[in-house]
Structures are given as structure tokens and as C-alpha cells.
Design a binder for this molecule. Structure first.
Ligand SMILES: Cc1ncc(C[n+]2csc(CCOP(=O)(O)OP(=O)(O)O)c2C)c(N)n1
Ligand SMILES: [Mg+2]
Length: 821
């Protein structure tokens, strides 16, 4: 258990002081009692879920008693003494029971939820903003993400404070992560650290539960040195809490110095093994290694096995006074990392055992534990059972906990005034990406005081190449301090201005998509967290959504609201090649909960969708929105945007060329291949005059609406009809559908189930490659010829329906040979 870094000694001055020792002693007594209660409740909650509650499916319910025990002291100190209402905390996911126990003691969680821990409707396995009712600040679960979001939340707090969007009397809160030490292995944590350094982030605390164990094993020795230097290099203050006060007292005695050196050089795995073995194990090793060192034998003789075990495991992360001294000793807003030495499973029978991560105490072990905590049967969930001080004193203590002071912790700022009129972009030919840039450029011209002031854009080093340039030129780049645009000052010609100041409305990130999504998550929670509603817009290249997919999922999971604009996309990015061509993102758009996906073909659609999206982000029943755009210019339809068309675009699709009566063929397209669909459709009209051409602006909206209508019908609303059902009802029952998009064909292939139409789904199923659009569309069967061929084959198939097997390779068909049924 290496340590060359000096521990902050447990100087009680920060806790005591003012000659009020008796009062301080009572406070400490209350805190220690609550620490024991929090440990008991978390352990019992998990035990109850696994051994007491009836189990109907035979699955292990689970829970992490050891991981909870590791944080019991630190979280008790934090919540019952250190935190203020404006502080925000991301709790290590598997310490969820500790969090719920604390909220229960503070009167913010009810007993039924604890009894239903990990059950349907009960307290969640991992803290959840949206599902837990006890004031979770940040959801956690996927390790590393909860840690990093606190850093971005601190950046967002600065953003809204420096712009005067929150009342100046509201103090800045600390954004605090309680992190498992193994969480630091996640790359997204280092990505965030580097970004935080660039933005000079303030008011972040990361408290590392340094129990030197992960899920599988005991972690590397000397890791803490890396952690220490790593944080220092990023400008963080590092406070190490290693030895508890009893250890420090022991080190003062003759032979104590040698024991300290022994602890410092003891490998993590041996230290953990001895924690598990207890007093006799410590004695055996200390005698073997230090038996001849002056004073050691006498020191050991002075401790029985229990006392020796207690002192050898008295790490600062389990010593209330050391923790309070360290936390209170931190001044100013510099980002601070606390490396708190702890023991996984502290106080439990499997403490220190390398396999204890998912370990559960047996009923027999639980009985021993119950006796130690003096909990009478039936009083397991009683808040003060078995405690000393008495309930009255503890109640009085809890009533004055600063974190529990009356304050609005869940803000719901008013909706922004959205305009009736929206800028229109007139163009004969344009790509949706260019249209997006132009639309934002137009919005940027709005006078001060409009909803546009609440738009904040961000991008991982693709601001210019995703067409945010005009917006940034007009609205500037955000920085805590004004910084000149040097190229401009030097009169060097550039289309892009880069003035940075607190007034800027664009936050530039380095290339790290995890950071993009975590920043979007934090920006998208600015309303509930800080009371300042923002309209966050993040841009990135569509294929790199996958790079940050877990962080995107994380952002959606906790209800953050933002607009994601992904461009360019698909194989239409032709010469850029397969590494940059996205294939599965339309399926992500279709499948990701709390994210509504659109893929407009034309710029007037985009304008409608953008206006809708910025309002939808604010709706109670809304969601985040994803726009999949393209750099490929398309001929724009010259049309009047009627209210009906606007409605259909938002609902997910419309007939660009409505089918004739009883039409038995329709081409259905989404996004840039609408050009090919239009060309193919024009040719088909010769043979099938009534053929329809549908443009799908949102497969996602159509799909979810269709499922919802199906559910409504099951519930007895027989008249319920989804938009896609209404659209497809205009076709003959035996009609053939050909769908096409520059993405995975499954995005639209479900359309065949809506009214049991025969369907051929075209799209991309393989990695792309370099080429020009004619070559690539031919190779991947997205061109007009492929659409015509698909239509012909489907019609042939229909004509021969009933004949089970078709020739393996039917002869090539021309449109004029289309068979009709
Ligand atoms: C992204 C991700 N990968 C894997 C897991 C599974 N997992 C849960 S906890 C854990 C180990 C955590 O160790 P540490 O952070 O040190 O916490 P401790 O239990 O030691 O307090 C792992 C691998 C996860 N939750 N998230
Ligand atoms: Mg650990």
C-alpha cells in the first residue's frame, strides 16, 4: 500500500475549533452513528432484496454490499456535513443503496422504495434522475460517464452564470463525482480531464474511492502516483487521504515509523488479503518482517488481534474526522481530486477479498452483522434503531443538515418564446448541410433578447466542416475570459472569425465524441440543474456517433434535451470513403429511446423540422432530436409550405407524388436518395400511371406512431390510426412498395408490415468505399436503375405469388415489362 505522497493529517481543527469541543464531539457522534446506519441500511436493503423478498423468477437480484461499504463514511460526511443545496453529485453507480439510505434518513425517500430496491417501481439499482424519486442529480451506471459529466456540468454552470442567466445571489455549486478507482480506466475520463483543462474548469470535486479493487481483481500498485501526477498535470489540486487518526497515533510510537514504511511498501494484493484475514494475519506478517525492529514487538503485544486489525485498517477514507478535515480544508474553486484510501467491504465479513464485488452476505453472516448493529428483528428499516446517540438527538441533527435546508433543487424554468415566423432559405439546388448552416446563420442575426440567445452550439473540432461557421462568426466562441482573434488582429484574411469571450455562444471541443455527448447532456440539463433553459445544438460527422454512442445513450437516459446534427452521412459522402460513411446510424435513430430522428431530403423540410425540434426539446413530453444531414446538393422543390405539408413533415412523411386511385406501386424514399427515387418514379409513371412517391422525413416518428396506434387499438380505441397507416391506405391492398435510403434498409423495411404490402427494401448493408456517386449508387443499388429493377422484380413476384420458388436469377427486366396483378 504504497504512499510517498503526504497524507493530509487528521487535524481536527477544521472540524472542532472555537473551544466548542463538547458540541463538536456530539456532532461527530451523530455523524458516526449515521455512518453506521447508512452502512446497515444499504447492506440490509440488498440482503432484503435477495433473501427476504419473495423471488418469482429465480434470478439473482444482486446489489453491491462491498462497494457500498467502501463509500459509507465518505458519503455520510459529504451529505450530512459538507454539501450545500446548490451542490450536485454523481454517485458511483453501485453505491446506489447508500444514496437511497441517506435520502431516506433526510426524509426524501420512503421506506417502501427501499424495500423494493431493484424491484419494479422501487429504488433503482443505479441512481437514476428519471426513475428515482429522491432527487438524483446525475444518473450513473455506465462507469466513467457519471464522473465526467460533473466536469461538463461545471462548465455549463460557468456558461450560464457568466451570461447572467441565473440570479447572481444563487451561489455557484460544486459539481462532485464519487468515483470508483477503476472508473478512471475509462478513456472518457481522461478525455474529459484534458478538455476541462483547456476550458479552465472550476468548482469540480472528484472523490476517488481508492479501495484498490475493481470487479475482477486488486489493482496495480503505485496506481495512486499516476492518478496524482495525472491530475496535477491537468491543473487539479490533489488531496490524498491515506492514514486514519489511529494509524497516525500508532506511527508516533516507537516502532510505528517502521510499521508505516511496511504499510507503504505492502503490495495492494497482500494488504487486501490481510484485511480479509484479520488480526492474526497482520501479526504474522509484521512479526516476520519487522520482529527484530526496535519497538515493533512491544507495539504488537500492546494490541490484541481485534485492536491490531482495527488500527491496520484505519484508513483515512473510513475516518470521519480525517475526511471532514480534508473536505473543510479545501478553499477556492480550483478543481480538486481527493484520493481517499478505503477498503472494499469495510466492516463486512468479506472486506478486502478480491472476489467481493458482487458478493452477498449469507443469512448467517447477516445475523452476526445485525447483532453488531443491535437491530431488533422487525426494525431493520427503522431509521434510528440500535443507535447511540438517541433518536431525538439524531433527529435534531438531521434537521439542521445544510444540504437539507429548504431550497429548490429541481428547477423548471419557463418555456422560451418561440417565433411564429421562421427564416426560409430559397435555393434551386442545395444540400441539407448547407441549408442547416444558412438557417443557423439567419437565426444568429436575430436581435438580442430573442430565444436565439439561448441556443448554444458545440462541436468536437468539426465546427467549420459541419457548417456552423456563419453562426460562430455572428455569435462568437465561449471562453471564461475574453481572448482576441489573433488572425483578425493581424489582418490575415479568413472566412472564419474566432473571437472568444464569456458572451460567445459556441463551445469548441477537441476531437472526442464522448465529450460532445457529455457536454450536450450537461447543457441539456441546464434547466433542471441551474434554472437556465438552453437550446443546445451539437454537430458531428454522422459515422462518429458510434464513437460516443454510450455517452449519447447516457445523455438520453437521464432526460437531457439537445439537438444533434450529424453530417455528412452515408455513402453519399462518396470520395471520402468507407471509413467516414455511416451505415447503421438510421437504425440508431430508430432505436434510441428519448431521441427523435429525422432525415430530411430538402431544405424547406429542414426548416420546418428545426423549428419543431427547438420547441420539442422544451416539451414535457418531448425528447432530444437527431438530424441526419448530407453534403450532397439536391434540386429543391419549388413549393408553398402549406400547414398540411408542415404537419406531415413533422409527423414523418408525405406523398411527394400522391398515388392514383387503387395504385399498386409506390416508391418510398428518405434523405438524399430522394433524387434517385424521383427519377425512377418519373420513369415508372409510363407503366404504372398511378404509382406514388413518398418522402419519409422521419422513419422514427412514423414507426413510433404506428406502434402507439397499435397499442391504442388493443386498449379499445378502435378508431386509432397512425400517420403511416393513413398514407399507405391510399394504395391498393396488393400494392408493391420499394423503399430506399442511404443507410441500412431495415430502417424502412418494416413498412411492409403496416398494411401487409409486398416490399423490397433498398439500402446499404456493407461498408462503403471511395468512388463517385454514380459508381457507388450503382454498386450499392441505390440508383434509379436499382429502384426500377426492384420494382419490376417485386411486381413479378406478386404476379407469380403462389408459386413458391422463383428462378435463382430472374432475367433482367425493363420497366415496360412490369407485370400487373
Ligand atoms: C462501462 C461499464 N463497463 C463495465 C461495467 C461493469 N462494472 C460495474 S462496477 C465495475 C468495477 C468497478 O470498480 P470500481 O470503480 O473500483 O468500484 P468499486 O466497486 O471498487 O467501488 C465494473 C467493471 C459498468 N458498469 N460499466
Ligand atoms: Mg474500486
Amino acid at each position: 500500500m504504497e504512499a510517498q505522497v503526504q497524507t493530509k493529517t487528521a487535524d481536527p481543527a477544521g472540524v472542532r475549533g472555537g473551544g466548542q469541543d463538547a458540541a463538536v464531539e456530539r456532532r461527530l457522534a451523530c455523524l458516526r452513528a449515521l455512518e453506521q446506519k447508512v452502512l446497515w441500511l444499504s447492506t440490509w436493503m440488498i440482503h432484503h432484496a435477495n433473501h427476504v423478498r419473495p423471488n418469482r423468477d429465480g434470478l439473482k437480484v444482486g446489489g453491491h454490499q462491498a462497494s457500498c461499504a467502501s463509500l459509507a463514511t465518505l458519503m455520510t460526511a459529504l451529505y450530512f456535513d459538507i454539501l450545500r443545496p446548490h451542490d450536485r453529485v454523481a454517485v458511483k453507480p453501485h453505491a446506489s443503496p447508500i444514496f437511497h439510505a441517506i435520502q431516506y434518513l433526510l426524509g426524501r425517500q420512503n421506506r417502501a422504495m427501499l424495500e423494493r430496491f431493484r424491484a419494479y417501481g422501487g429504488a433503482q439499482s443505479y441512481p437514476s434522475r428519471t426513475k428515482d424519486g429522491d432527487d438524483v442529480d446525475f444518473s450513473t451506471g455506465s462507469v466513467g460517464l457519471g464522473v465526467a459529466i460533473t466536469l461538463f456540468a461545471a462548465l455549463v454552470q460557468d456558461y450560464v452564470r457568466l451570461k447572467g442567466m441565473v440570479c447572481p445571489e444563487q451561489p455557484a455549486g460544486r459539481m462532485i463525482a464519487l468515483a470508483g478507482d477503476a472508473e478512471l480506466d475509462e478513456g472518457n475520463v481522461s478525455e474529459a480531464l484534458l478538455e476541462g483543462w483547456k476550458h479552465d474548469v472550476r468548482n469540480v470535486w472528484w472523490i476517488i474511492d481508492y479501495n484498490r479493487q475493481s470487479l475482477d481483481r486488486v489493482v496495480e500498485d503505485r496506481l495512486f502516483q499516476r492518478i496524482d501526477s495525472w491530475f496535477c498535470a491537468m491543473g487539479w489540486r490533489v488531496v490524498t487521504l491515506k492514514y486514519g487518526r489511529r494509524q497516525l497515533e500508532l506511527f508516533e510510537r516507537p516502532g510505528g515509523e517502521a510499521i508505516r514504511d511496511w504499510i507503504d511498501s505492502c503490495p495492494n494484493s497482500l494488504y487486501s488479503a490481510l484485511v480479509y484475514q484479520g488480526g492474526a494475519g497482520w501479526r504474522r506478517h509484521l512479526l516476520r518482517d519487522l520482529g527484530s525492529t526496535r519497538g515493533v514487538r512491544a507495539l504488537l503485544d500492546d494490541h490484541d488481534d481485534d485492536a491490531l486489525h482495527a488500527v491496520m485498517t484505519n484508513l483515512a477514507g473510513h475516518d470521519m474526522e480525517s475526511i471532514l478535515t480534508a473536505f473543510h480544508g479545501v478553499e477556492g474553486d480550483a478543481p480538486t481530486c481527493f484520493i481517499a484510501y478505503t477498503i472494499k467491504g469495510y466492516g463486512l465479513p468479506f472486506a478486502g477479498h478480491k472476489d467481493n464485488h458482487a458478493g452477498l452476505m449469507s443469512p448467517e453472516q447477516m445475523e452476526v452483522f445485525r447483532n453488531r448493529h443491535r437491530i431488533p428483528p422487525g426494525e431493520e428499516f427503522e431509521p434510528f434503531a440500535g443507535l447511540e446517540p438517541a433518536a431525538e438527538e439524531l433527529r435534531a441533527f438531521l434537521a439542521q443538515v445544510p444540504f437539507a435546508a429548504p431550497a429548490t433543487r429541481l428547477c423548471s424554468p419557463p418555456l422560451l418564446d418561440m417565433p411564429q415566423q421562421w427564416p426560409a432559405i430559397a435555393a434551386a439546388r442545395m444540400s441539407t448541410q448547407e441549408g442547416f448552416g444558412r438557417l443557423l446563420g439567419e437565426l444568429a442575426r436575430q436581435p438580442e433578447g430573442s430565444f436565439v440567445d439561448r441556443i448554444v452550439t458545440t462541436s468536437p473540432d468539426v465546427t467549420v466542416s459541419t457548417n456552423l461557421g456563419a453562426w460562430v462568426n455572428r455569435r462568437g466562441v465561449f471562453d471564461r475570459r475574453p481572448r482576441a482573434d489573433v488572425f483578425r488582429e493581424e489582418a490575415i484574411a479568413s472566412a472564419q472569425r474566432w473571437e472568444q469571450s464569456p458572451a460567445g455562444q459556441h463551445i469548441e471541443l477537441g476531437i472526442a465524441e464522448n465529450n460532445l455527448f457529455l457536454l450536450l447532456a450537461a447543457l441539456g440539463l441546464s434547466g433542471p440543474l441551474f434554472g437556465a433553459r438552453l437550446l443546445p445544438i451539437g454537430t458531428l460527422y454522422d459515422p462518429f456517433i458510434s464513437r460516443g454512442l454510450d455517452a449519447l445513450n447516457y445523455a438520453c437516459y437521464q432526460g437531457a434535451r439537445f439537438l444533434l446534427v450529424a453530417t455528412p452521412s452515408g455513402i453519399s459522402l462518396a470520395p471520402e470513403g468507407g471509413a467516414h460513411q455511416s451505415v447503421i446510424t438510421p437504425l440508431i435513430g430508430l432505436g434510441q429511446p428519448e431521441l427523435t430522428a429525422f432525415e430530411p431530403a430538402f431544405v424547406d423540410e429542414l426548416s420546418v423540422i428545426l423549428a419543431w425540434a427547438l420547441a420539442h426539446l422544451q416539451d414535457d413530453d418531448g425528447s432530444s432530436v437527431y438530424l441526419r444531414l448530407s453534403t450532397r446538393p439536391l434540386d429543391q422543390p419549388q413549393r408553398v409550405m402549406t400547414p398540411e405539408l408542415r404537419r406531415e413533415i413533422v409527423r414523418g412523411g408525405y406523398w411527394l407524388m400522391p398515388p392514383g386511385p387503387e395504385a399498386d406501386l409506390a416508391v418510398i424514399c428518405s434523405g438524399v436518395v430522394t433524387a434517385e427515387a424521383r427519377a425512377a418514379h418519373a420513369q415508372l409513371l409510363d407503366d404504372v400511371p398511378g404509382a406514388g412517391l413518398m418522402v419519409v422525413t422521419s422513419a422514427d416518428r412514423l414507426h413510433s406512431d404506428w406502434l402507439a396506434a397499435g397499442r391504442d387499438r388493443i386498449e379499445g380505441h378502435r378508431e386509432a390510426r397512425s400517420h403511416i397507416e393513413e398514407l399507405l391506405a391510399q394504395l391498393a391492398p396488393n400494392a408493391v412498395l420499394v423503399t430506399v435510403l442511404d443507410g441500412h434498409p431495415a430502417t424502412l423495411s418494416w413498412l411492409g408490415s403496416v398494411a401487409q404490402h409486398r416490399i423490397v427494401a433498398l439500402g446499404v448493408e456493407r461498408f462503403g468505399q471511395s468512388g463517385d456517386i454514380p459508381d457507388l449508387y450503382r454498386e450499392y443499388r441505390l440508383d434509379a436503375a436499382a429502384i426500377l429493377d426492384a420494382a419490376a422484380r417485386a411486381c413479378l413476384d406478386r404476379a407469380t405469388a403462389g408459386r413458391r420458388f422463383l428462378p435463382a436469377k430472374p432475367p433482367p427486366l425493363s420497366p415496360s415489362k412490369l407485370p400487373h396483378s
